[in-house]
Ligand binder design. Sequence first.
Ligand SMILES: O=P(O)(O)O[C@H]1O[C@H](CO)[C@@H](O)[C@H]1O
Ligand SMILES: Nc1nc2[nH]cnc2c(=O)[nH]1
Length: 352
Amino acid sequence: MTGSGKVATSNGNHSNGHSNKPADYTARENQTDEAKKIQCYLTPEEFRAVRIMQEDTYPYEVIQEIADFIVKGSGMRPRIGIICGSGLGSLADIIQDAKVFEYEKIPNFPVSTVEGHAGKLVVGNLEGACVMAMQGRFHFYEGYPLAKCSMPVRVMKLCGVEYLFATNAAGGINPKYMVGDIMLMHDHVNMLGFAGNSPLQGPNDPRFGPRFPALVNSYNKDLINKALEIGKAMGIESNMHVGVYSCLGGPTYETIAELKALRLMGVDAVGMSTVHEVITARHCDMKVFAFSLITNKCSIEYDDKRDQEANHEEVMAVAKNRQKACCELVSRLIREIHAMPPSGTQAAKTGV
Ligand SMILES: O=P(O)(O)O[C@H]1O[C@H](CO)[C@@H](O)[C@H]1O
Ligand SMILES: Nc1nc2[nH]cnc2c(=O)[nH]1
C-alpha cells in the first residue's frame, strides 16, 4: 500500500495508473529480489503513512497534524462536532460557508466504505456557531479497530471542539418506539466492551484523558432537557423518547434471541456505532449529545406476522424522510449552545 491507500502493482505503478516511483528512489530497482518483492518504492513520508495505517491507535502527534491540517485548511476553529448517522448526511448540508475535506485527501484519515456515509468532513457555520461535521463515520464491521473508528473525535478535540453531537440510525427495541421517532440517548450498554474491546485499549495518553475514565452521566442532561423543549416547540414531543442505546459489532442485524436479551438488559434502541465515539469524547472531557433515529422496529417475538427483517435500504429511506426534523433539532440546539458563553468562563462553569 502507499500513503494514499492505493495498492502498488507489480510494475511499481499505483492501481490508478500513476507511477509511485519517486526519482530518487529508482535506485531501489537495483536492490535485492527481497526488496523488490515488498515493493519498497515509498518515500519516507509514504512509509510513515503506511505504518500509521497499519497501527491500531494513532499517536497524539499524528492526530495533532490532522487537526492542524483542518484548522489551517478551513481557517476556522470549530466548537461543535457533529457525526452524521446513516442517511443523515444532510445535517452537514445545512452548514454555511462550508469548507469541505474529502476523507481521502486528509492525511492519515481512514476512508468511508458504507452507503449513506459520503466520506466528507465539513467545516463551517451553523446557527452562528463554528462546527465541523463528519458526513460518514467509521464502523467496527468495516474492519477498522475501534480506536481508529473514533480517532476523528480526538481530531475534533484538538481542533477545539467542546461539544460532540453524535447521531445514528437504529432499530427500536422498545415496543413503544415507532419508525421515524427520535430517541435522545441518556445512556448506553457497551456490548463490544463486554466482549473486551474498547477504543481506549492500549497505552493511555494522559494528554487525552485518564486511564480509567468514569462514564456515568456521559450524556449531558442539560442538553437532553433543552432538546426535549425544542422537540415540544417543534410539535414532535410524542415522537421523542429518552432511552438507552447499545452498539453491536454488526454487520448482521440482530437475531430475535439477541433482541430479547438486549431488551432484558434495558436497551431501547440498537445500532452498530456511536458508543465508541462517546467513550472517546468523554475520555477527553467533551460534552456529549446523541440521538438515534428509529429507522426500523425490531420484533422480539418469533411469531410476529409482520415482515420485520431490517435492511439498509429501509434504514436510508427512513433517514431521508426524517432528515428535516433531525436537521431542525440539531440546528436549534446549536443555536442555544452558541448563545451560551464558551466553557472555561465563570458563567459557563455553572451551565452545560
Ligand atoms: O450507526 P449508523 O452509522 O447511523 O448506521 C446504522 O445503520 C447501519 C445499518 O443499516 C449500521 O451502520 C448502523 O450502525
Ligand atoms: N444493529 C442494528 N443496527 C441498525 N441500524 C439501523 N437499524 C438497525 C438495527 O435494527 N440493528
